[in-house]
Ligand binder design. Structure first.
Ligand code: PGA
Length: 251
């Protein structure tokens, strides 16, 4: 079965004003009228979720970049998944390397993933090595990141899991990964998932992230065997982001 494409825009801590956020979101929304086979998720900072909650419609969704695993409580400065759900948030990025750098461990990420999927949201789980060593040790690293992220996740929620493969050296870089290297890695990730979950793993989408742009996106999808992207910088430039969506939709 051919999966629908999925393009996720990770705005990180941008843009600076609510008006700019509204502008990007409404440009993307307008372009979605002609998009047939692709789902798109925009993930703005928390404070813009409320003003943007109206943009999610049809194949355009709203996502968050983080949340706390608890439902509610004395947790100053935190936001829960059930709180996000009320603002039409249906996806959450988890395990992004920038958050891992801030101290999120595999255990915390696993707890959040379990909480996200049982709250009825979809988890975009980021994995990826920081260096590509010659011995291929990064394969073992990616496998163990996937295993710890998905530890004890109820199998009935597997269709709410998306794996975003993001090699750290490609995030924010000038160039994306080579499509043939991506193919090798995406085949490996597919095998890791299949070894754990058999045919149930087929519902899990695999995305690529790291310096995706309108020039490299077609080749990455076609030759890299992924069903979409997690896009950083280019998701803040509506024209380019829309171009990526259109290209993916035509493949
Ligand atoms: P980039 O970021 O597209 O700007 O490289 C990707 C990401 O961090 O998800």
């Amino acid at each position: 079965m051919k999966q629908r494409k999925l393009i996720v825009g990770n705005w990180k801590m941008n843009p600076e004003s609510k008006d700019e956020a509204r502008k990007i979101a409404s440009d993307v929304k307008r372009a979605m009228k002609n998009i047939r086979k692709t789902n798109v998720v925009i993930c703005p900072p928390f404070v813009y979720l409320s003003p943007l909650s109206g943009v999610s419609k049809g194949n355009l969704f709203l996502g968050a970049q983080n949340a706390n695993a608890e439902r509610l409580g004395a947790l100053t400065g935190e936001v829960s998944f059930s709180e996000l759900y009320q603002f039409n948030v249906r996806f959450v990025i988890l395990g992004h390397s920038e958050r891992r750098k801030m101290g999120e461990t595999d255990e915390i990420i696993n707890k959040k993933i379990k909480s996200v999927v049982s709250s009825g949201l979809n988890a975009i789980v980021c994995v990826g090595e920081s260096v590509r060593d010659r011995n291929g040790d990064y394969f073992g690293f990616i496998r163990s990141q996937i295993h710890s992220a998905l530890k004890d996740v109820n199998r009935k929620f597997l269709d709410r899991i998306i794996i975003a493969y993001e090699p750290l050296w490609a995030i924010g870089a000038k160039e994306a990964m080579q499509p043939r290297d991506l193919l090798e890695t995406s085949i490996f990730i597919r095998k890791v998932l299949k070894d754990s979950y058999g045919s149930l793993s087929e519902s899990i989408q695999i995305l690529y992230g790291g310096a995706v742009d309108k020039i490299n996106c077609a080749q990455l999808i076609e030759e890299g065997n992924v069903s979409g992207f997690l896009v950083g910088r280019e998701s803040l430039r509506p024209k380019d982001f829309i171009e990526i969506i259109k290209i993916a939709d035509q493949i």
